[in-house]
Design a protein around this ligand. Structure first.
Ligand code: HEM
Length: 124
């Protein structure tokens, strides 16, 4: 497989491949498959998210924290490790090494801030 550079088109391909794996994963799959009705729309949203994060495109206008808080009864810290492991595999396989490393570092930081919001809130 050719190694992709960081561009919108490549990010869309990456997101599509990643969520195909997520949906097939025994632990993560059911959560996503229950939550998401319109997969093409979700994949567009996630491609826009990564485009905003990596390319500062401003294409994503959403609120990831409340989106995940809705599902906090089903999401565990161990599932975050699984998510990140799948992300690392997919980015290593599809992206050029520098791009893969940058995508992995970003995901790790975002995962940490989602975890803080979900599991370590002091106000409840
Ligand atoms: C949305 C699950 C980790 C980024 C969602 C949704 C689910 C989900 C179920 C759909 C929410 C809804 O509309 O009802 C999970 C699980 C994770 C995880 C189980 C790990 C255990 C992450 C990480 C990132 C991320 C690490 C970013 C690096 C997003 C974004 C959305 C989303 C951007 C769209 C939010 C919106 O509607 O604007 N996630 N997620 N997720 N997730 Fe995750």
């Amino acid at each position: 497989m050719t190694e992709l550079e960081l561009k919108d088109e490549a990010l869309k391909q990456l997101v599509d491949a990643f969520y195909a794996r997520v949906r097939a994963d025994a632990d993560l799959g059911p959560i996503f498959n229950d939550a998401i009705d319109d997969w093409p729309e979700h994949l567009e949203k996630l491609a826009a998210f990564w485009s905003s994060v990596m390319l500062a495109s401003g294409r994503y206008k959403g609120q990831p924290v409340p989106a995940h808080l809705k599902h906090s009864s089903r999401i565990t810290l161990a599932l975050f490790d699984r998510w990140l492991a799948l992300w690392d595999c997919t980015t290593n396989e599809m992206m050029a090494p520098d791009a893969a490393a940058a995508l992995q570092a970003k995901a790790k930081r975002i995962a940490e801030s989602l975890q803080l919001a979900m599991f370590f809130r002091l106000d409840r």
